[in-house]
Design a protein around this ligand. Structure first.
Ligand code: ZN
Length: 387
């Protein structure tokens, strides 16, 4: 299914708006190009002085109205798949069919909105225009949209708001699933071309995180040279610096590393540098995801390696602390046995019968220190690990 994000202003959507009071339905918008209530749509139900008024209040407050979904027909005409309640409410308001009550319960019509008229008319709505390949696909899609909508991500939104020659060229390079470079890119970047993940990273790297600003500035450029060159530079740099490809390379902050560390002289002694990397990866106690940042930064901040397991000294301290306290209270030294309240609720386990546990999981950034550590009986520790 082909799909494209488009932006329409309220003024455009309501151009040539026709509302049938008799049938209580919005018929056309976009100057006749848009059928607001095609046969398969449910009826317009917002004409209750509440829901329709809420739509207008949202516009006046600058709240987003959510995505619209249009079905694009072969003749170029559009049908509303989702959004007819909102569009019809906007159209009825702009054409003076209803007013919203002010604090004194006096209806305020569009013509009364001297200072807000422009704001209302210039409000932008995002619409997905889709071309299903068959009526079956249309029906399936309709069900999905009506159930929970299709999520739109940040980069898809940016592409819509900055549509123009730059986005077209950038998408042809980075969002094209048939680009043969994708396999190589996927060694460093997690994601899918058609969800704009590679494009987003390329933009993030070249703009040092200021993607929106960058896209606005380049919106009408007829080339993507800088974007492409910088992206290739970063990837080339990673390949030169690190001789062994590893799964941990995926989704590192490569743009940042390149910017901060490309001139670090230590990395140019490739052999010595990569021996160090190998040694660190061989050590199972440390956080492998952090190794690149650590070595590129000149190995200055040991704490970022954050060991994954507690050492024997830490275990002994935790064990003694818990066991002394448990004996005083007459409860088990495994806090989970106490919670469980069964036969082992006052059992004192030996240190060999216990294992060290991260209270906040290590995988979620919980540090391997005494503050975040506790001893659990082997059974409870394994139970926690399996959750
Ligand atoms: Zn236990």
């Amino acid at each position: 299914m082909k799909k494209e994000l488009k932006i329409y202003t309220v003024a455009q959507l309501c151009e040539g708006f026709v509302y049938s009071r008799k049938e209580r339905k919005g018929l056309y918008g976009l100057n006749g190009r848009l059928t607001i209530q095609p046969e398969y749509q449910r009826n317009y139900i917002y004409a209750d002085g509440k829901q329709d008024a809420e739509v207008i209040k949202s516009v006046l407050n600058g709240y987003p109205l959510g995505l619209l979904y249009f079905n694009k027909l072969p003749n170029g005409k559009l049908e509303v798949l989702d959004g007819q309640q909102r569009i019809t409410s906007l159209g009825r308001y702009v054409t003076g069919d209803f007013g919203i009550l002010d604090e004194r319960k006096v209806p305020k019509y569009f013509v009364d909105q001297e200072e807000n008229k422009e704001k209302i008319l210039n409000t932008e709505l995002l619409a997905y225009e889709c071309e299903p390949e068959s009526s079956d696909e249309l029906r399936r899609w309709f069900e999905v949209v009506n159930k929970h909508g299709v999520e739109i991500n940040d980069q898809e939104r940016r592409n819509a708001y900055n549509s123009g020659p730059f986005v077209t060229l950038a998408k042809a390079e980075f969002s094209n699933s048939t680009n043969s470079n994708i396999q190589m890119w996927s060694c460093y970047i997690k994601g899918q071309a058609n969800r704009q993940d590679f494009l987003e990273r390329a933009l993030e790297w070249v703009s040092e995180g200021k993607i929106d600003e960058y896209m606005r500035r380049h919106r009408f450029d007829n080339n993507i040279d800088e974007l492409k060159t910088h992206f290739e530079e970063v990837l080339g740099w990673i390949e030169r610096v690190f001789t062994t490809p590893r799964k941990e390379m995926i989704d590192q902050k490569w743009g940042e590393y390149y910017k901060n560390y490309k001139n670090n002289p230590e990395i140019y002694n490739t052999t010595v540098f990569n021996e160090l990397v190998e040694r660190l990866f061989a050590d199972d106690r440390i956080n492998h995801r952090k190794i690149y940042e650590y070595v590129l930064g000149g190995c200055e901040h040991d704490e970022i390696l954050n060991p994954r397991v507690f050492d024997d000294t830490q275990k002994a301290i935790l064990y003694n602390r818990q066991t002394t306290e448990a004996k005083e209270k007459g409860i088990s030294n495994c806090p989970d046995c106490v919670l469980e309240g069964k036969a082992n609720k006052d059992k004192i386990w030996t240190i060999k019968e216990m294992e060290a546990d991260h209270i906040k999981a290590w995988s979620k950034g919980g540090p391997t220190d005494l503050e975040n550590g506790q001893m659990l009986c082997i059974r409870h520790n394994r139970l926690k690990g399996n959750r």
